[in-house]
Design a protein around this ligand. Structure first.
Ligand SMILES: Cc1cc2nc3c(=O)[nH]c(=O)nc-3n(C[C@H](O)[C@H](O)[C@H](O)COP(=O)(O)OP(=O)(O)OC[C@H]3O[C@@H](n4cnc5c(N)ncnc54)[C@H](O)[C@@H]3O)c2cc1C
Length: 286
């Protein structure tokens, strides 16, 4: 197994695209190292991206923030600007593992590991986050919901890697939130995860919303019907009821030792409602 730690994106791309065997990118390594140790993957090439300066930066851009692919999630929790703009993304990243894990784990690793239960993914989806991908053909931009293709599978082509995530700016009176259910109090994998983002007009009615669910299908789902239940309403009891029903109806879960299908479907509705209530409270404060 060859280990490389390039200092430029272009070198990383040429290493990845030139490798004939299996290549893996190493960001924080909190998924990859576990997979290596358990023999789940045996790459011929590992490309560590932590020495690429562009990937270590958080920068303000067009009212939003660009987060390099090698930025650990602990840095998001310490960033006042991101915490103020997208608290739901920060709270989702802050649920990944423990303080020690967050010192290494990246939101891009969380995304590209492509676990349906990845915590930061529904939160990034409702934020309308855009991934910038570099590859042999140059750079392209993709909404984060287009990255995971199924469990452990991404839509990235050979030689491609994500270099940053852009969290856009947002209008006043906006709020977001992420909630998950786990059987323990922490250090566990989501049985259901729900992200909600919404914006209120001056009259207090909801003008825009996004709702995403994790751990209830082969990849995180953006649920337009759930968002539609909120748009045009005062996010009142009736709207929250419709939101919960739409979130539950969108679930395509599996049964496993963490929860049954029926349980996941029920909990998705409950969490969607609670996350919307928190997003609403935050929007009213902004
Ligand atoms: C004890 C423990 C607890 C955990 N708890 C949680 C939890 O509560 N919630 C949760 O969601 N996850 C959890 N995880 C999983 C893991 O920490 C997260 O998924 C983390 O965000 C992965 O990020 P990373 O930077 O460490 O990724 P890595 O391990 O470096 O990479 C993960 C995968 O993504 C690929 N990859 C990485 N960067 C890129 C890139 N720039 N472009 C393309 N592909 C890339 C890698 O090749 C690899 O396949 C836990 C892990 C451990 C060990």
């Amino acid at each position: 197994m060859r280990y490389e730690a390039p200092e430029r994106v272009e070198t990383a791309v040429s290493l990845l695209s030139g490798e004939r065997g299996l290549a893996r990118i190493l960001a924080g390594g909190t998924d990859l190292l576990v997979q290596l140790k358990s023999g789940m993957v045996e790459p011929d090439l590992i490309v560590d991206i932590k020495k690429i300066p562009e990937m270590r930066r958080i920068g303000a851009e067009n009212g939003g923030f660009r987060i390099g692919a090698a930025v650990p999630s602990a840095e998001l929790s310490e960033h006042p600007g991101i915490r103020a703009l997208w608290p739901g993304v920060v709270e989702a990243a802050g649920l990944i593992g423990s303080t020690q894990i967050q010192g290494r784990a990246t939101i891009v690793g969380n995304l590209c590991n492509a676990s349906p239960a990845a915590d930061s993914v529904p939160a990034m989806i409702v934020a309308g986050a855009i991934a910038t991908v570099a590859g042999p053909q140059g750079r392209r931009e993709l909404p984060v919901e287009a990255i995971a293709a199924g469990p452990g599978q991404t839509s990235l082509a050979k030689g491609e890697l994500v270099i940053s995530i852009f969290l856009p700016g947002r209008p006043p009176r906006s709020g977001d939130a992420y909630l998950r259910f786990i059987p323990r109090t922490e250090m566990d994998i989501a049985v259901v995860g729900v992200g909600v983002s919404l914006t209120l007009g001056e009259d207090g009615l909801c003008t825009a919303a996004r709702v995403a669910l994790g751990a209830v299908a082969v990849r995180a789902l953006l649920v337009d019907e759930a968002a539609d239940a909120l748009i045009g309403t005062a996010v009142d009891e009736a709207a929250l009821e419709r939101l919960a029903a739409a979130a539950s109806a969108a679930c395509r879960p599996i049964d496993d030792k963490r929860g049954t299908k029926e349980f996941r479907i029920k909990v998705a509705g409950v969490l969607a409602r609670r996350a919307a209530e928190t997003a609403l409270e935050r929007a009213r404060r902004n």
